[in-house]
Design a protein around this ligand. Structure first.
Ligand code: URA
Length: 426
């Protein structure tokens, strides 16, 4: 005999009432067990989207999702754990240089990642462009890689927050993804269950981000930081710019190449700067005493950790990365300063070239994407290359070019109006 009826819980939230702890525990558990039907959970999710949840309800909802599965334990490690989560953006490859960098500074980074859906790429898709690299590891393999290399990036297993897997799929088809309580609990249930002791959240805002409004991004960041603290995880958040793509590449192998450039001491300044800022936050939050990230990038130790991390998961760090069969160069229509470059349009265009998927399970093209030759603030002459599109199928160019229309503004003597790289620290 079930202690509650789903319909009463739905009615309570519909009528703006608070849900009790026991109601929340039961509905998440019963939904995961298949006792509460999708149509009932859909109605409850919509009521939450419309009427919200208070901080107690969000915290309890998150805990119930964590308790639906396993909670990982890294207490056997002799290093402190720190992780970061980004809400995702165009060209956001920061996890790739960041994880080995923090390892080189003395931390352990247990990063459970996802695959991309839509215009922002997933970390696993990027790493899978490295020949031989394996995303699926058992918990014992994860521990071994962490112990040996200080960083592991792999796919979250089925045992981690299974309630979130079911809920996220349902939210996707019921227009209930956008609710801050649901986003915050979804992200934080996975990160808390992952067992990291410190967590830095990179909440993106701007046209290419999930939360384009900075005020909403800030609210999401605050909600997640509180959830982390409630769970005993040392949590901080930065709200960072995603009005323009990060770095000069968007696409799987293209982004791996750029990450390796950063680890070699080069790479675009915004990627380098954000990687160092996030590494310092992770190290500080976890209380790690070690090398400074800037030094670890310059002295080659971050690169050594990258090579070990990739090899430990079957990848060949020296193998040539896949290259797309076809390229198309977009040239500047006029001379002047680039004043805007719409991150969302660049992301959607890279996706149309084959870098992303439109359905779960679809294959992505490792070599597809966009390489930028100039960014806002740069002066460009008419006819000079602005960006190169990469794909294995030339038939994809027209749709990719169509979306890029109006994505870049070039104005003679124009001034750039960009968001600062870090808008807020919480
Ligand atoms: N990422 C998640 O994991 N969950 C959300 O709800 C949104 C983004």
């Amino acid at each position: 005999m079930e202690p509650f009826a789903a319909v009463e819980i739905i009615a309570a939230k519909r009528d703006h009432n608070e849900l009790t702890d026991l109601q929340i525990d039961w509905i998440i558990d019963a939904y995961t067990r298949g006792v509460v039907a999708d149509e009932q959970m859909s109605a409850l999710l919509m009521a939450i989207l419309l009427n919200g949840m208070n901080s107690r309800e969000i915290s309890r909802w998150t805990n119930a999702m964590i308790n639906s599965g396993e909670r990982m334990d890294w207490s056997k490690l002799d290093r402190k754990t720190a992780d970061k989560h980004s809400t995702g953006g165009v060209g956001d490859k920061i996890t790739l240089p960041l994880a080995p960098l923090v390892a080189a500074c003395g931390g352990a980074v247990p990063q459970l990642s996802g695959r991309g859906l839509g215009h922002t790429g997933g970390t696993l898709d990027k790493l899978e462009s490295i020949p031989g690299w394996r995303a699926s590891l058992t918990n014992d393999e994860m521990l071994k890689v962490l112990q040996e290399t200080g960083a592991v990036i792999c796919a979250a297993g089925a045992g981690l927050a299974p309630a979130d897997k079911k809920l996220y799929a349902l939210r996707d088809v019921t227009a209930t993804v956008e609710a801050i309580p649901l986003i915050a609990s979804s992200i934080m249930s996975k990160k808390i269950a992952e067992g990291t002791s410190a967590l830095v959240l990179d909440v993106k805002t701007g046209s290419g981000a999930f939360m384009s409004d900075p005020a909403k991004a800030s609210e999401l960041a605050r909600t997640m930081v509180q959830l982390g603290k409630d769970a005993g995880v040392k949590t901080r958040a930065l709200v960072t710019a995603m009005d323009v793509p990060l770095g000069l590449t968007a696409g799987n192998a293209l982004e791996v190449r750029e990450s390796v450039e950063v680890l070699a001491g080069g790479g675009p300044s915004d990627v380098v700067e954000l990687t160092i800022i996030l590494a310092r936050e992770m190290i500080d939050a976890a209380g790690i005493v070690g090398k400074d990230p800037e030094t670890a990038l310059k002295d080659g130790s971050a690169m050594d950790h990258w090579r070990r991390m990739i090899s430990a998961q079957g990848g060949d760090p020296d193998a040539a990365l896949p290259v797309a069969r076809e390229t198309h160069v977009v040239k500047a229509a006029n001379s002047g300063t680039i004043t805007t470059m719409d991150a969302m349009k660049v992301g959607v265009s890279a996706w149309r070239l084959g870098a992303g998927r439109s359905k779960q399970g679809e294959k992505v093209q490792a070599g597809a994407g966009i390489e930028l030759h100039a960014k806002p603030g740069d002066y460009i002459a008419a006819g000079a290359p602005l960006m190169t599109l990469h794909t294995d199928e030339a038939a994809r160019f027209p749709r990719a070019l169509e979306i890029l229309e109006g994505a870049v503004t070039i104005v003679e003597g124009g001034t750039v109006n960009r968001l600062p790289l870090v808008l807020e620290r919480i």
